[in-house]
Design a protein around this ligand. Structure first.
Ligand code: ADP
Ligand code: MG
Length: 626
């Protein structure tokens, strides 16, 4: 007897349901996506018992005719993808044509729908994948899907559902993300008749964020738009002092679809590394727009994960755009030391009160945010399937700690990183870059140049500043006349490993462009005959070794070549720059400040360490109780 059987449609649907319908929140997600695809401007979600008893999603979109309503419940029934080529350019949220069939196979399902021009609507009932009835029925234009008793016929699945509260948190997350991604659509969500959220249609993501997370949250965001040839990003980035202890408020959207992405998460960390204290996480809502051809959204049944055709380009593009945005926002880390209020000194205390940012240690939630922890959205955000949250369970645990308040740092001296525009007139930032208005004061520990500008004191790290200036100069020179070269009277010999020699051959071009003249001298020895002129001769050999170690042993793609060059320029800048501990005279310091004031990105070195730290006169005055 043959062993292979073709599965019945019912079994196939149930299997598909296992992938698409993990829990009530996945149903909500699919139904919302369908409603959005149907051009709805208002979507209502009603839940009972965490979605176990009822999930109802009503929209005012196009609705369906009777034939379509029946077809919609068939497996692989979709109005959205007709040919395989369409998969390359997916503009709709749905395309697999299996959501409704899957959901209907594991629930008591009712579809009620009417197109705007039809006199009557259509009602279709399906129970556990078995068609029950179709009839005419009155309803408002649009589609109303009711899912009763989800998984009633799949006890194994039912067993895995969590408490109503947990399931509801997941649902709230889904609705929140959809609402963030589609500010123009009105969304409402109720649980057991109680309103959980209700956000009116609005014009901007920022306004939507305000409606969802509250005024204080929105006020702590910096809004930006950046654009590269194939990649656009709109972002809402938390101000540096408004950070979190986990990634729960890092939400990424790709072409308006909430996605999970390690690549974007890593890019965010990389770009903000210098700005955010080590144990803190930035708040970031990032909305990316990419040509649909360059991304595969069909790698995950619920389409939460995506595959970028070129991950490295996305990564470096996102890092670059974030850095540009930060640069434009003039993010300078600021030294501020929370002072423990002295009981006897009413004056100091009252100042504390008038400076709320100072009291809030880095990343502690603003008052509204903390209050929100008890609201469903905040609860929902504590739940496990946070999109864009790579370490889900860890985050969850951490958040539990947060909620109990134990994560609050209480050390009296805490460096608060904060953008200067908080308490300064906008043009004040520019004075930093306005070389004429900067006075050189001194150098501390042969490492930090101290300058005064108006009411502000800046500490500039001489090594990273020089590194930044040299890096920008090198980038420029490589693109134009080349980096100037100095011939060595006595060539320097260098022993290398066979691997390094291999790397050298692969990247001979880069070495030449940097201004090195290297010659194989037999065996594993090379001769350094000329070096880029800003590089001190004494570090020539070390610079070559470092470069050989930094450069990839074999570039895999063309894209990696500019990246390899960039990393080579960074290494060269680092090796050529003055070090901490080097003595600089006044002229050298002035030159450095001048060049820094002309740099494109004066706030971070190419490794993204901060170059400048600011302290206000007010900080000193506070310290001295003036
Ligand atoms: P997909 O979204 O992948 O096409 P679904 O199973 O989710 O597959 O839906 C099947 C079809 O049913 C859709 O292609 C669409 O034509 C129709 N449909 C589903 N939901 C709605 C809705 N809310 N309004 C109008 N049409 C809908
Ligand atoms: Mg769908």
């Amino acid at each position: 007897m043959p062993k292979i059987k073709i599965l019945s449609a019912d079994v196939a649907n149930k299997i598909a349901a296992g992938e698409v319908v993990e829990r009530p929140a996945s149903v909500v997600k699919e139904l919302i996506e369908n409603a959005i695809d149907a051009e709805s401007t208002s979507i209502r979600v009603e839940i009972r018992a965490g979605g176990k008893r009822l999930i109802r999603v009503s929209d005012n979109g196009t609705g369906m005719q009777r034939e379509d309503a029946l077809l919609a419940l068939e497996r692989h029934a979709t109005s959205k993808v007709g040919r395989i080529e369409d998969l390359e350019r997916i503009h709709t949220f749905g395309f697999r044509g299996e959501a409704l069939a899957s959901i209907a196979s594991v629930s008591q399902f009712e579809l009620l729908t009417r197109t705007a021009d039809a006199l009557e609507g259509t009602k279709v009932d399906v129970d556990g994948g078995v068609f029950r009835s179709v009839q005419e029925s009155g309803c408002s234009p649009g589609t109303h899907m009711s899912i009763n008793n989800l998984f009633h016929n799949v006890p194994a699945r039912l067993k895995f559902l969590k408490t109503d509260t947990t399931e509801m948190n997941h649902i709230t997350n889904q609705v929140t993300w959809a609402a963030l991604a589609h500010p123009k659509i009105h969304f409402s969500l109720t649980h057991n008749g109680r309103s959980i959220l209700d956000v009116r249609s609005c014009d901007s993501y920022l306004e939507r964020a305000r409606l969802l997370y509250g005024r204080e949250f929105a006020e702590n965001l910096i809004e930006f738009t950046e654009e590269l040839p194939d990649l656009k990003m709109y972002g809402l980035l938390g101000k540096p002092e408004f950070t979190k202890s986990n990634r729960e408020y890092q939400l990424f959207f790709l072409n308006q679809r909430p996605i999970r992405s390690r690549i974007i998460g890593a890019a965010l960390t990389e770009a903000l590394d210098a700005m955010v204290a080590k144990d803190r996480q930035p708040v970031a809502l990032l909305f990316l727009t990419l040509e649909p051809e360059t991304v595969d959204v069909n790698v995950h049944p619920a389409k939460i994960e995506v595959r970028f055709r070129n991950e490295r380009t996305i990564y470096s593009g996102v890092v670059r755009m974030l850095r540009d945005a930060i640069h434009r926002a003039k993010y300078i880390p600021k030294i501020e030391t929370p002072i423990e209020p002295t009981q006897s000194d009413g004056d100091v205390e009252s100042r504390d009160v008038s400076l709320p940012q100072r009291v809030s240690t880095p990343g502690s939630l603003p008052v509204a945010g903390r209050r929100q922890q008890t609201t469903p959205i905040a609860q929902a955000h504590r739940s496990q399937t946070s999109v864009g949250t790579p370490q889900e369970t860890e985050d969850n645990d951490q958040e539990a700690i947060n909620a109990s308040g134990t994560q609050m740092p209480s050390t009296p001296t805490e460096i608060v990183v904060q953008p200067p525009q908080q308490r300064m007139p906008d043009d004040a930032n520019l004075s930093l870059l306005d070389f004429e208005n900067v006075q050189l004061k001194t150098n501390l520990f042969k490492t930090y140049i101290v300058v005064e500008a108006g009411d502000r004191i800046f500490f500039i790290d001489q090594h990273v500043a020089a590194e930044r200036v040299l890096y920008e100069r090198f980038v420029n020179q490589v693109e134009t006349d080349g980096i100037p070269v100095q011939g060595l009277l006595l060539p320097v010999t260098l022993e290398v490993t066979p691997q390094q020699l291999g790397t050298l051959k692969i990247h001979a071009d880069i070495f030449k462009k940097l201004g090195f003249d290297l010659e194989e001298f037999g065996g594993n020895t090379i001769l350094i005959r000329a070096i880029p002129s800003p590089l001190p001769t004494r570090v020539a050999a070390q610079a070559v070794t470092d470069l050989l170690d930094k450069l990839p042993e074999a570039p895999h793609t063309d894209v990696q070549i500019p990246e390899a060059m960039d990393s080579a320029l960074i290494t060269l800048a680092c090796k050529s720059a003055v070090k901490a501990g080097d003595t600089l005279d006044t002229k050298e310091m002035m030159n450095l400040i001048k060049e820094l004031s002309e740099a494109k990105l004066p706030f971070n070195c190419p490794h993204s360490r901060p170059i400048i730290v600011e302290m206000g006169r007010d900080e000193l005055e506070r310290r001295f109780h003036r």
